[in-house]
Design a protein. Structure first.
Length: 77
């Protein structure tokens, strides 16, 4: 049995990630309490998170320092 990563094209994965990021950001902006990034029990490794986060920051041209400053200024962490 093949995994979704093997059966989906790069552009399909990119579109799925873009939609998930927009939906998550919209939901977080609409509420006062934090929203966990993943459901309980989801097996996302530190490597999975760092690889994806690095690609997202690079895609929107945000440096790690800028992310830290945004978190400090906005109070969102």
């Amino acid at each position: 049995m093949s995994s979704p990563a093997e059966t989906m094209s790069d552009s399909e994965i990119q579109a799925l990630l873009a939609r998930a990021v927009r939906l998550y950001a919209e939901r977080v902006a609409a509420r006062d309490e934090p929203l966990a990034a993943f459901p309980p029990g989801e097996l996302i490794t530190a490597t999975d998170a760092v690889v994806t986060t690095t690609a997202i920051l690079k895609a929107v041209n945000v440096q790690l320092f800028e992310l830290g400053m945004w978190q400090a200024w906005s109070g969102k962490q």
